[in-house]
Design a protein around this ligand. Sequence first.
Ligand SMILES: [Zn+2]
Length: 273
Amino acid sequence: MPELPEVETIRCGLQRSLPGRRITAITIQRPSLLNNPPRRFRRCLCNRTFGAVLRRGKLLILSLLPDEPAAPRYLTVHLRMSGGLTYTAQARSDARVIFKLDNGMQLIYTDQRCLGQLEVVDNWQCLPLVRSMGPEPLEPNFTLACLMQILSGSGTPIKNVLLDQHKIAGIGNIYAAEALFAAGIDPRRPAAGLSHAEAGKLLAAIKSILRAAIHCRGTTFNNYRDSRGKQGSFVRRLNVYGRAAAACMQCAQPIQRIVQAGRSTYFCACCQR
Ligand SMILES: [Zn+2]
């Protein structure tokens, strides 16, 4: 599932290609992916010109420039499990929604499992999903005090707190596992039980791992590709995620796999206490 680094990589790629490009036609192969009636979706977007491409948590926000008398609008894209956005000249047989652009290129939405969602909105900040999101972990206002506040009073395992988008935006299963390994914290521990020093290590680990993953253009396990169709290379830097029974890079003990809240958790019982 694309997490903050993958969505940010797609955002950066689209930000280089889309602003100033006008949508000339839209083909909808899978109307169930739209959160608007298809006719309204098409009418709201056709002949509009893209502005800046934004991100909040795992949500992509493609702005459309105001076009008198039409107000600014936004196309929000939630990639969920297997969604992707590609800027390409080539047709794709797996395209779910195709936006033809005025320069002959296309913006193609693909989604193997069709769990993603596209929606045209007038104001993305007001979306319930956005209003309920926790802070952005790479913003300067995500401080140790902020993290301590999130952890305090929570008897929930720390791994599940990291995955909770209402608490912190953008972290998913891969980067939660990697951040806890880097901080040496057992994923099963109650969040409120972390010391000030441990929370400090976790904060630094979250920020440095997300930044390193963005630098590597994300982690490709199966579906994820960037906006030009290329794989992300952070998979080579993973210490625990997806490495069940393999030797820990630090202590050579086998990496454990357990299930927490229905999701796989990978960790080293020796290095993470
Ligand atoms: Zn270890």
